[in-house]
Design a protein around this ligand. Structure first.
Ligand code: 3EB
Length: 344
């Protein structure tokens, strides 16, 4: 391999592990590149966590990301902390609103401004995927729902930074947590991923104004070349929305079924854009359930649809969270890796 190739490739990999198994990776004092914890302890620098109750019986879990670069650097940019191997970056922002004078729109704006600065500073300019967790997402924040305030500040920051706020926006999810900090996690790299939309849904960045003065900033999914002949599929938070409207109000069973149809549709659209073949059954997903008492019902429908032995059924992490529309009861986000290449 030529020296140039060595510096230009750094395969990215991900594995979903129990808390114990993921912490064991850090034995010998060498932490992995980075991880996203679900119900994991606070204060593990390489494993930012989500302040949400884990509803699945396996307890705390983590998606551990491995990056191929030889040297891992960590840093902070304003309120953003990050780790990079020089090719990939995983960052986190945790902003305690109670200590701030600003409203959520301003805080989201500030958080994303620092996020973009961090990407520039670390030399990994392209966002691959974002995870947003907002305390009290559906609560009113002075005449405007907090999620809608968040959308205001987020879109403004994208526009100000000259980043794609419509076509080409990164894949993302935005969930509500009961308490804690405004938490944003982000994965970035050196090449722009390929955005994917869902033909059953209006693009979220084109939602009509009835959903708020500024539209949400995300694509339905994104495909990324992650090296060594593999493609990653990042699927944004997906819910029971057809067109731009919530369907199956108050019916968690049908909302789950509609969500699975939406996931199927976005996977089919993604498969058109690459030579890899992704399937619903093979996703590593996080299932966000508004009412913990619905967990058994949601799980039963997923297992009915895919079989209890499907990797998606076995690896799913269930978290208690509010969804960004108060009429949504369930949302699923996911990632998967498969052999193949992006189509030009
Ligand atoms: C939806 O389809 C459901 O604001 O970043 C899904 C994924 C949702 C991402 C976001 C919101 C976001 O509109 C909500």
């Amino acid at each position: 391999m030529r020296a140039q190739d060595e510096t230009s490739t750094s395969p990215l990999r991900v594995e979903r592990l129990s808390l114990t198994a993921s912490l064991a990776l850090a034995g010998g004092g060498k932490a992995p590149f980075a991880a996203l914890g679900y119900g994991t302890p606070h204060g593990v620098a390489w494993m930012p966590t989500v302040n949400a109750h884990v509803l699945s019986s396996d307890g705390a879990m983590a998606d551990v990301w491995h990056a191929g670069g030889a040297r891992i650097r960590s840093g902070t940019t304003g309120i953003a902390r990050w780790r990079t191997d020089g090719h990939w970056l995983l960052g986190a922002i945790d902003l305690d609103e109670t200590a701030e004078k600003q409203g959520l729109a301003e805080l989201a704006h500030r958080a994303y401004r620092d996020l973009f600065k961090a990407l520039e500073q670390a030399g990994t300019p392209h966002l691959q995927r974002i995870w947003n967790y907002l305390p009290q997402i559906n609560a009113d924040g002075g005449g405007l729902e907090r999620y809608r305030q968040f959308n205001l500040g987020r879109q403004e920051a994208f526009l100000e930074a000259g980043r794609a706020a419509f076509e080409g926006a990164p894949a993302a999810c935005a969930l509500g947590i009961h308490q804690g900090a405004l938490s944003i996690r982000f994965l970035a790299g050196q090449q722009a991923p390929l955005p994917v939309e869902n033909p059953r849904q209006v693009s979220a960045y084109r939602y009509p104004e009835t959903y708020g003065p500024r539209s949400p900033t995300f694509s339905r999914a994104a495909l990324a070349d992650i090296g060594d002949g593999s493609v990653a599929l990042f699927i944004s938070g997906t819910a029971s929305i057809v067109g731009h409207e919530t369907v199956h109000h108050g019916d968690v069973r049908e909302q789950t079924r509609e969500t699975l149809r939406n996931l199927q549709a976005v996977i089919a659209a993604a498969n058109e854009r690459c030579s890899a073949t992704f399937s619903l059954a093979g996703l590593d997903c996080v299932v966000y359930v508004r009412h913990p008492s619905d967990t058994g019902t949601v799980r039963a429908i997923i297992e009915q649809a895919l079989g209890a032995d499907a990797p998606m059924s076995r690896h799913a992490v269930y978290l208690e969270a509010d969804i960004c529309r108060s009429d949504l009861l369930v949302e699923i986000e996911a990632h998967a890796v498969a052999a193949g290449q992006l189509r030009a």
